[in-house]
Design a protein. Sequence first.
Length: 215
Amino acid sequence: MPLINNQIKYNELHSLVIEDKLSDEDFKHQDWSKDDLQEVRSTIRAFYRNEQRGICAYCKEHVSLVAAGNANIEHIAPKSLYPNFIFEPKNLCVICCDCNQIKKDQEVLDKIPNTVERQDIKLYPRSSGAFKVVHPFFDNYDEHIIIKGKLYIDLTDKGHFTIGACKLNRYTRQFGVEQEFIDDDEITALMNEFMESKSSIQKAKILQKISNVTT
């Protein structure tokens, strides 16, 4: 099941503010952080923090439940590349401060990964296949990424893209792989079995076994 099952519904006042912003030819994605959108941002943050049960959409670590600093609003299709989707409910979620800082640094360097398959889209996509990244509205995270301790293992191209875009293995890169994982022959065997299997049914069964082992 996807992490997010419900999207935010803007109230009348917020809808008017958003409509005004989108109709302004001078509105840029950098304006997202301005004071006149603070109430809209706070409402979005509170909604998705609750909807995601305090879990980061990318690394699945906890976000803060009170402070804004570790519950950052994420634009899944980057706002710098797709400013027309900046208020799109299904393009929004919350992520932890580490994932957010990594995405911010990429934006500053103009190296932000494009998470959308097609770049000429006018309407927001409504299916998983339109995105390169694991999408919290459309994808089951566990079908794409396995978390073993602090190690993130990709099962699909989407999983691989997401791990790379958010540098999810930042902990193991800095501190090394936990010995527990290195010594776990069962998880290694299951991973090899998954990669070699040609049957989607068999792969689903293996995924369930891996989930049982890693939780």
